[in-house]
Design a protein around this ligand. Sequence first.
Ligand code: ASP
Length: 332
Amino acid sequence: MGQYTRRKFLSAGAAGATAIGFAPLLAACRESVGEVAAPYAVFKGGLVLSTWDFGMKSNEEAWRVLQAGGAALDMAEKGVNLCEADLSALSVGLGGLPDREGKTTLDACIMGPDGKAGSVMFLENIRHPASVARRVMEKTPHVQLVGEGAYQFAISEGFTHDDYKNPEAEKAYRQWLTESKYEPVINIENHDTIGLLAMDTRGDIAGACTTSGLAYKMRGRVGDSPIIGAGLYIDNEVGGATSTGLGEAVIRTCGSFLVVEMMRRGATPAEACEEAVRRVMKKHDNWREFQVGFLAVNKAGDTGAFALQEGFSYALHKEGKGELVRSNWLKN
Ligand code: ASP
């Protein structure tokens, strides 16, 4: 975030703040962020971070794309494509656990450094929903396409109909039918999303998020993952954030947008993620019963995460090497 941008942000904020009588708050904010150049240089070494253990391989793929000269948006798309293509995954792509009527439905979104975004929700029989989301962004005047319309658009764009059924997911569904109990379980694979944030060698940031959503969800249910500002948000002047966990809780708090806005006001990625998790906690009396995790990167290339419960991990690929990092969590 350069000097010009900060000034522009502050003066735009000044008009709004005066109008609603928040001048003292604005003055404090002005002092805390300062009308000076950003205190850090934009990181240009390239990096990738993504949710959960399956992010390790996706990060490697994104890193390959970077090394072949790809931009952040290509890194994000191709990185999550790798996870979508793994038909043994029970929470991403066509191998994912189905809804309560036995059908696997997919949600995905993508957002680029230019602020453009695309999303598909409740999509069936298409292997790469994140790539369809990218086409929505690039080839339509819209941001979101849903269900049958998203499917028809995908077919018209050359994606093929795919009837794949994961035997493991079918077995689990038959087992579930014996009780038909709907109960999201913390940190196990009846829900987990890949949210991936990529930074290229220009320092530009993009992200993608893709999932089969909560297992045995109601037909038509859409979570946070394809919703810009909830499951993913990028502001190339500030950074990017993505989430995993109980989508309803993330939507209610505009989670990823909140994380990016906290970073804009000076929070580190880890602090911003923690603040968003605390917001989720405050708004949900039953917060001990589910998981939510956020992941973020800022323009300096600092990364961080925070989760409601123990057990969230994320994959980080920076300076040519990949590692799995355990996220911090609320310990009270
Ligand atoms: N956030 C996803 C959803 O609610 C699921 C997950 O990440 O665990 O659909």
